[in-house]
Design a protein around this ligand. Structure first.
Ligand SMILES: C[S@@+](CC[C@H](N)C(=O)[O-])C[C@H]1O[C@@H](n2cnc3c(N)ncnc32)[C@H](O)[C@@H]1O
Length: 234
């Protein structure tokens, strides 16, 4: 591994070059190099976030003001837990030192997630037949915010990837119908092009506002964007 110093504004940029090692594929070397040179990865490590994805939610929340103390948040596709950490901090933020935190965060993922202090983690497939019933019962009350950073495994065929990711987003909105509290919000990942116009029209009939956003922490080369729907009218 070789570090090359470059003068930069603000944080000094140290470009790390990774040599291809025996047994390591070129793709893995590229991934490693990108991770080592990504300022969000470095910042996440420094600030104790589980993933660089945490910054995407922080930036989305900065813009849309979705997370507030006391809210119940469901985080779908939560591993390794960056969004859960952000949500726990936001819903339990205390104005009054004597007050007890009252917010709740439930994280769900196919994969196992290291426990996130303050969040309840459930390992399950959101697309399983019994997922809606199980999650509704785990929540036990309506959710104020439903977050989904779930991504279908990419196959590299643009239309297929888009269709599968949109299918996940639509499943999130279908589930939200039964559990979202009045005025609640949903954030879901979409790919380039975002939600098709007919889906956006349908959402606009049920939410006060429907917007797409690409937070600065989302990599330029990634086609991901987030659909933010706020003000659910039951
Ligand atoms: C981009 S990662 C989420 C990163 C997370 N927001 C964070 O801040 O650490 C997407 C996650 O979605 C999960 N996922 C994809 N499909 C899923 C499904 N059907 N049910 C549950 N989780 C799913 C994947 O296992 C993966 O961990």
């Amino acid at each position: 591994m070789k570090k090359t110093k470059k003068s930069g504004r603000g944080e000094r940029a140290l470009r790390v070059r990774v040599k291809t090692a025996r047994g390591r594929k070129t793709g893995s070397t590229r991934w490693l190099e990108r991770q080592l040179n990504d300022p969000y990865v470095r910042r996440a490590r420094r600030e104790g976030w589980r993933s660089r994805a945490a910054f995407k939610l922080l930036e989305i929340d900065e813009k849309f003001r979705l997370l507030r103390p006391g809210l119940t948040v469901l985080d779908l596709g939560c591993a390794p837990g960056g969004w859960c950490q952000v949500a726990v901090a936001a819903v339990n933020a205390l104005n009054d030192q004597s007050a007890r935190p009252v917010g709740r965060v439930v994280g769900v993922d196919l994969l196992s997630t290291e426990p996130v202090p303050g969040a309840e983690i459930v390992q399950m497939d959101f697309l399983a037949d019994d997922a809606d019933t199980r999650l509704t019962s785990i929540l036990g009350r309506r959710a104020d915010v439903i977050l989904s950073d779930m991504a279908a495994p990419m196959v590299g065929h643009q239309q297929t990837d888009h269709r599968r990711t949109m299918a996940l987003a639509e499943a999130v909105f279908c589930f939200a119908e039964g559990v979202l509290s009045t005025g609640g919000a949903v954030v879901t990942k979409t790919l380039s092009g975002g939600a098709p116009p007919e889906v956006q029209q349908a959402l606009k009939r049920r939410f006060d506002s429907v917007r797409h956003v690409k937070p600065p922490a989302s990599r330029m080369e990634s086609s991901e964007r987030y659909l933010v729907a706020q003000g659910w009218c039951q």
